[in-house]
Design a protein around this ligand. Structure first.
Ligand code: PXL
Length: 268
């Protein structure tokens, strides 16, 4: 199994390509990274430097076409600019075959706030990518942005209906991640052709950088390893819960200590 992981490389934050490479490799899946940007740290730090990889996605597309490469999965994550988003769409159009699983993580914001990469043009490009996707993994903030609705408190069945409306635009499966249902319960919603599901896990209420990236990589790896979407979401949710429990720092910017529990692929 081979995955093209289109994401940034951040020096601190244990997110993006660090998560993709660690998780998918541990699951026995080859990762071919396509860096969209290289950063000193993820953008939640009060100061960081970002070097955008201007034509890297196009160069990977062109060089890998000469090598006649093919992928079982494509994962897209943080996109620093509209220019890169357009290159990613072209990459996907070339390499997504009928049996290639495309997971689009529409990385645009969290906790009701947009990330530094967000703009209306970026939203337009990310919506187009989600329409081509087999699986999308928005958090609640990103779901509201994709649905064009206000970010406020909704009941779980209302969030399910919002997910259905986003799925109707073209994504085959919508997984809404990390919804805080109560002080000690977090849930992930699955809305797919196979039906809907609510997957609940216990939480200690802490939220950390990079957990969305770890979750997306785990879901894709589990799907490629033959699990159903619902099983994959359950396994990914359990992995995130154990990673948070293993984390000693309370500074969310540094991410979770997932490496402490990364021993065998069965544990992801
Ligand atoms: O984890 C999402 C993410 C990925 N990449 C970069 C980020 C963030 C979230 O802040 O800043 C660079």
């Amino acid at each position: 199994m081979k995955v093209a992981a289109i994401n940034d490389l951040s020096g601190f934050g244990k997110c993006s390509l660090v998560a993709d490479i660690a998780i998918l490799s541990s699951m026995g899946i080859e990762v071919n990274p396509v860096p969209t940007a290289v950063l000193t740290a993820q953008t939640g730090f009060s100061s960081y430097f970002q070097h955008e990889m201007h034509d890297m996605v196009t160069k990977c597309k062109e060089e890998w076409e000469k090598q006649e490469e093919e992928f079982d999965g494509i994962l897209t994550g943080y996109i620093p600019s509209v220019e890169l988003a357009d290159q990613i769409t072209e990459f996907v159009d070339l390499y997504k075959k009928d049996n290639t699983v495309l997971l689009v993580d529409p990385v645009m914001g969290d906790n009701g706030k947009p990330y530094a990469n967000y703009s209306d043009q970026m939203l337009d490009r990310i919506v187009k990518l989600t329409e081509k996707a087999d699986i999308i993994t928005p958090n609640f903030t990103e779901l509201c942005i994709l649905a064009g609705i206000e970010h406020k408190k909704y009941e779980i069945d209302e969030i399910m209906a919002i997910g259905e409306s986003v799925k109707a635009k073209g994504s085959k499966s919508v997984i809404v991640t990390g919804i805080e249902e109560s002080k000690d319960t977090v849930c992930n919603l699955v809305i797919s052709d196979g039906g809907t599901a609510i997957i609940r896990s216990a939480t200690n209420g802490r939220s950390y950088s990079g957990t969305g990236d770890l979750f997306a990589a785990s879901v894709l790896g589990n799907v490629l390893n033959g699990h159903t979407i619902k099983e994959s979401v359950s396994k990914a949710a359990d992995f995130i819960k154990r990673s948070i429990e293993a984390t000693s720092s309370t500074d969310r910017n540094y991410g979770v200590d997932f490496e402490k529990i990364l021993k065998t692929r069965e544990q992801i």
